[in-house]
Design a protein around this ligand. Structure first.
Ligand code: ADP
Length: 622
């Protein structure tokens, strides 16, 4: 819990810079995308405007030429009338006949030339003949002396004017020429042509263009809404003059509402104005028309170019975002690959290190193995030597013991001899009494005892001869034989023997087992000699390794200082001739020769217990 609490602020500290880094990366990414989008827009806009301007320049040139040729197409026409004698004659002395004649002539000429009207004025500015003489709105007799073109032409200068007809209000381009008779101007010939075909042509070509005249009034325009608007503000005097001249009929001559007018770096003018209510941005390019004080203005809408720039901006932003994503993905992949490589290298290094260690350890192990093997060889050698020495020692010990054996034999044979003495004495007495049966049974026992004594001597011989034991004994028989042997002593010194074992077959010679039991039981009898209550327990138990017979008495036990010497030869605590100190040594060596052992136990409740462990005889092969 404490760890968790102390770990969390540190975790926050770790998380925060990472979060900040991510946030700043996202911000950078957005800035980059926006920046590239903006740059894309800017570049595309500039290039688009330049292309639009170049295109506009060409269009302007082309259309200016078209307008110029349209205007100049008729310039010669009024001067042609000077060559027509009837016209001059009418101007000099007008008659009805001549008027009619000239009217018809002008009508025909007008039709062929495709102009709006052709008419002739007298020097006072009154119409004396006209192509539309038979129309309702005929100019005939009209006083047009107020018209500027008349005023110019009467002075011998070419009269040029774009205006709206004073009678019809119909727009047209007036070309006037003073008709000369020698040095005198006898009249003025006027041709009114239409220029609105230009407008139609512009509309068809979807061009936004207009022509403004010397007053700054738009006289021709692709958009009818801007027609007769002024491109610059007119002062009151000019307005009054124009109103008087009826040049533009009764038109209000409002100023064209241009706003956001700005001049760009490369001299291109940008403007926005509302034609249909919505302000639209245009490139504005103007060119003066040759032979006239007029200007042709071309308006190129920036709308399409703007949306193209916008698309380019979006494209640039998307491409940048894509590239950035690719870059991030590539970077991530590079990191993953680098991590993998590092991990692989680390693994390889660890592997190499492991292999090196394994080789080292193997070498070490081999070396220590060899050392161990050498040691094992040495040990084996030492063991063999030791065993030999031990065997020799045992042998030597035994030989030394043999020297003492005569006493031992006497000891071993003492019991049967005592029994023999009693049995034979009894046999004699029974024979004297004539109890032949008992006497013969005694004699039979005597015979058995003699056999036994023979066996004892044989076993002692065997002990000296260092032989193994591969006999087989019956436990029950051995116990019976041992008690029988000790019978004379038991009669003198009574002892309760508790038998707590079942019959068992053991891998030891019968006589040797009896010898061991006689030794153990007689030792118990010796130990308990001084006490009244004498008990002996013979209890057997079996396990997988063999059979254990415990011989326990309730005697005084063995003093701790004597315990360590028990199995030493010639160790005895018995006084005088009573003990040889060979009983336990002999018994232990007989048990060992049979593959078993003899051990001692000192029970807490008192007394002494000897445990005789013996193996079972091998299973007979069937
Ligand atoms: P010995 O009987 O000739 O003395 P043993 O080798 O049989 O030789 O016994 C050695 C000694 O062990 C005895 O002198 C005796 O002190 C002691 N001893 C053997 N058995 C017992 C026993 N059941 N209780 C007490 N002491 C014993």
């Amino acid at each position: 819990m404490m760890q968790c609490l102390s770990a969390s602020p540190r975790a926050n500290l770790i998380v925060k810079p990472r979060l900040l880094r991510h946030l700043s990366l996202i911000l950078l990414f957005l800035l980059l995308v926006l920046g590239c989008g903006y740059a894309g827009y800017h570049i595309s806009d500039r290039n688009g405007i330049r292309a639009l301007a170049e295109n506009g320049e060409r269009q302007l040139e082309l259309n200016a030429r078209a307008v110029e040729s349209e205007i100049t197409k008729y310039t010669y026409l009024p001067s042609l009338l000077e060559l027509e004698g009837n016209v001059s004659r009418l101007a000099l002395s007008p008659t009805a006949y001549r008027r009619h004649h000239v009217n018809v002539y002008l009508q025909g000429l007008n039709e062929r030339a495709g102009s709006l009207a052709i008419y002739v004025l007298d020097p006072d500015g009154r119409v004396i003949a006209t192509s539309n003489w038979d129309k309702a709105d005929s100019y005939l007799g009209e006083d047009l002396s107020f018209r500027a073109y008349y005023q110019e032409a009467i002075k011998g200068r070419p009269g040029r004017l774009y205006g709206l007809g004073s009678t019809t209000g119909e727009p047209g381009y007036y070309l006037a020429h003073g008709l000369r008779d020698g040095d005198r101007i006898i009249g003025v010939a006027v041709v009114k042509v239409r220029l609105d075909t230009l407008e139609e042509r512009w509309q068809r070509a979807l061009l936004d263009a207009y022509v403004s005249d010397e007053n700054g009034v738009i006289i021709l325009a692709s958009d009818p809404m801007v027609r007769l608007k002024t491109v610059r503000p007119l002062d009151d005097a000019t307005k009054e003059r124009l109103a008087r001249s009826l040049q533009y009929h009764w038109a209000a001559l409002e100023e064209l509402q241009l706003f956001n007018r700005s001049l760009m770096d490369d001299g291109i003018e940008r403007v926005s104005f509302a034609t249909g209510g919505v302000p639209t941005d245009y490139l504005l390019q103007t060119r003066r028309l040759e032979h006239t004080p007029w200007h042709l203005t071309l308006l190129s809408p920036l709308q399409e170019q703007r949306s193209a720039a916008m698309s380019h901006a979006m494209l640039a932003a998307v491409v940048t975002a894509l590239l950035a994503f690719l870059l991030i993905a590539w970077n991530e992949r590079r990191k993953v690959i680098a991590t993998r490589l590092a991990a692989r290298e680390a693994l390889q290094a660890a592997n190499d290190e492991l292999e090196r260690k394994i080789t080292e350890r193997t070498a070490d192990l081999q070396a220590s193995n060899e050392r161990l093997q050498a040691e094992v060889r040495e040990r084996k050698q030492a063991e063999t030597t030791l065993r030999q020495a031990q065997d020799e020692l045992v042998q030597a010990g035994k030989l030394a013991v043999i020297g003492q054996m005569s006493t031992s034999i006497a000891h071993e044979l003492n019991q049967p001899l005592a029994a023999l003495r009693t049995l034979s004495g009894n046999a004699v007495r029974f024979l004297q009494r004539g109890a032949l049966d008992v006497a013969s049974s005694n004699l039979q026992n005597i015979g058995e005892l003699v056999d036994r004594m023979g066996k004892i001597t044989a076993s002692l011989r065997a002990f000296a001869r260092r032989t193994g034991d591969n006999g087989e004994a019956s436990l029950l028989k051995a116990v019976d034989a041992a008690t029988m042997l000790l019978q004379p002593r038991l009669q003198r010194t009574s002892m309760t023997i508790h038998r707590d074992f079942a019959e068992a077959r053991l891998a030891i010679e019968q006589i040797r087992l009896e010898q061991i039991l006689v030794n153990l039981i007689s030792n118990a009898l010796d130990a308990m000699r001084e006490q009244v209550d004498r008990q002996l327990w013979l209890s057997g138990s079996a396990d997988a390794n063999g059979y254990q017979l415990e011989v326990r008495d309730n005697g005084p036990g063995i003093a701790p200082e004597t315990r360590v010497h028990l199995f030493e030869p010639f160790f005895t605590t018995k006084p005088g001739e009573q003990g040889l100190g060979l009983g336990l040594t002999l018994s232990a060596s007989l048990a060992a020769a049979a593959g078993g052992s003899l051990t001692v136990r000192h029970p807490d409740e008192g007394g002494t217990a000897f445990i005789l462990s013996l193996p079972y005889p091998p299973e007979p092969n069937t």
